[in-house]
Write a protein of this length. Structure first.
Length: 95
């Protein structure tokens, strides 16, 4: 477990914790207490989710997704993840 002193010793180092799972498995229920715990240790915590882009969410979770086969949806999700990393995650890890 990383304690309070880790942040002080390491300066501005950032790290990413990814919680993965299918819909309804309890990711949000896991993230809430983890976030609270890390914040109680003095960490700045940013929570984000995928799919990232609104259009990707509409396609994957909406009726429009039925028009696409599994490979196309997989590619869409991968492109969304790439954009999420470039636009948000990489920037958050730098700060």
């Amino acid at each position: 477990m990383i304690g309070k002193n880790y942040r002080k010793e390491r300066g501005k180092d950032s790290f990413l914790i990814a919680i993965e799972g299918i819909d309804g498995v309890g990711k949000t229920s896991t993230i809430k207490p983890l976030k609270a715990h890390l914040e109680s240790l003095g960490y700045h915590v940013i929570v984000t989710a995928e799919p990232y882009l609104e259009r990707t969410i509409e396609i994957i979770h909406g009726e429009e997704g039925a028009q696409y086969d599994q490979d196309e949806l997989y590619c869409l999700f991968l492109r969304d993840r790439e954009r999420h990393y470039k636009d948000f995650i990489a920037q958050a890890l730098k700060n």
